[in-house]
Design a protein around this ligand. Structure first.
Ligand code: SF4
Ligand code: SF4
Ligand code: SF4
Length: 344
């Protein structure tokens, strides 16, 4: 193969950081553009959704979808992308695992709308007007909004996905890995990796972290970042600061520990586990107050660890809640209904 391929970028429930990550190809963007034409990208080009809908099925070589899937519009456009693209990539932590928007799965649609449109201190909404999916004005004009879901999903919960690119957002190095893959595919016809591959390292983040580590790790107590002065060269975990490194896939270059910030786990679970939070809890239990007699994961040990960690769910599953075994942890939240019911 030597002809140029085509690329489309589409966002779902996204902060648009993943679009910026594409811009961060920097000068390599010219290499990418010598290999591929970008035929659809609402951020980079003046295009409309109908332009994508009008393209023939399977006419785009590679589609990048970033952001989670949290409403009917996200789902519809994910399906359009799947139809138009020969290869569909879940790009970034939100498309890969639900990401930060996925933390909304601890509550539900009604509770979120109540909070945003009624209870937030800065909200001035005396008539309690809530967003409606369909509104018809007196002249008969109909306006519609996408259906806002109870549940946030990852891309592969709604469509078939070929490859996953982790991180929030994908780093320059990971983008260069994708570029190299595309280059070899276009110029030499080299086959792409097997379907389902996570385009990153197979190793664990601690393997690429440059901080000093002891052979026998033992932690007496866990701290929050403001509770102690930490040695800037030593492993965070060894000093009692939660760092998701042991439960996180490598590939980002351990940029956060390198910048004196503990890892928050945006690369997702390592290649050998699927449950990032449970893997981290297991790692903590194996280093917590180790003595010769106590080196197994006991229930009491877990309780002691959890009592020292603020927001364990948000800490261990910050980027992966929708793909975890916990899934939607709150299915039937009973939101207290205020006496004065608004227009809905
Ligand atoms: S992965 Fe991160 S940067 Fe990308 S859309 Fe999600 S929150 Fe934004
Ligand atoms: S736990 Fe964090 S700081 Fe320690 S080696 Fe692993 S990534 Fe580095
Ligand atoms: S160090 Fe952790 S939080 Fe930072 S980019 Fe890498 S995986 Fe993400």
């Amino acid at each position: 193969m030597s002809e140029k391929i085509t690329i489309a970028l589409k966002r779902g429930a996204s902060c648009v950081g993943c679009d910026i990550a594409v811009v961060n190809f920097n000068e390599a963007l010219f290499t990418l553009l010598s290999l591929a034409d970008i035929v659809f990208s609402p951020t980079l080009l003046d295009v409309k959704y109908d332009d994508l809908r009008a393209m023939p099925s399977q006419s785009i070589t590679i589609g990048f979808y970033h952001g989670a899937v949290r409403n009917s519009d996200n789902e519809e456009m994910a399906k359009v992308m799947r139809d138009k693209c020969q290869i569909l990539i879940a790009y970034g932590a939100c498309a890969h695992m639900g990401g930060i928007p996925g933390l909304a799965n601890v509550t539900n649609k009604q509770a979120i709308l109540e909070q945003v449109y009624r209870n937030t201190l800065s909200t001035n909404n005396e008539d309690h007007v809530f967003p409606q999916e369909r509104y018809v004005d007196q002249a008969g004009h109909e306006l519609t909004l996408p259906e806002f879901w109870d549940e946030v999903k990852a891309l592969d919960d709604v469509v078939d996905v070929d490859y996953y690119v982790p991180a929030c957002p994908p780093t320059h190095d990971i983008n260069m890995q994708i570029l190299n893959m595309v280059k070899l595919f276009v110029e030499e016809g080299k086959p792409l990796p097997p379907k389902g591959t996570v385009i990153a390292s197979e190793k664990n983040l601690c393997d690429e972290c440059q901080r000093e580590k002891s052979d026998h790790l033992s932690v007496e107590q866990f701290f929050r970042v403001h509770e102690k002065v930490f040695d800037p060269d030593k492993c965070f975990l060894e000093q009692g600061l939660i760092c998701m490194g042991p439960a996180t896939r490598a590939g980002c270059g351990a940029v956060c520990p390198g910048a004196n910030m503990p890892c928050r786990g945006c690369m997702g679970p390592t290649a050998v586990v699927s449950e990032q939070g449970a893997s981290m809890l297991s790692a903590l239990a194996s280093i917590y107050q180790i003595s010769d007699k106590e080196n197994e994961l006991a229930e009491e040990q877990i309780e002691r660890i959890m009592s020292q960690i603020t927001d364990p769910l948000g800490c261990f599953y910050r980027f992966s809640l929708p793909k975890s075994e916990l899934g939607r942890v709150v299915k039937d939240t009973k939101t207290p209904v205020k006496e004065k019911k608004g227009k809905e």
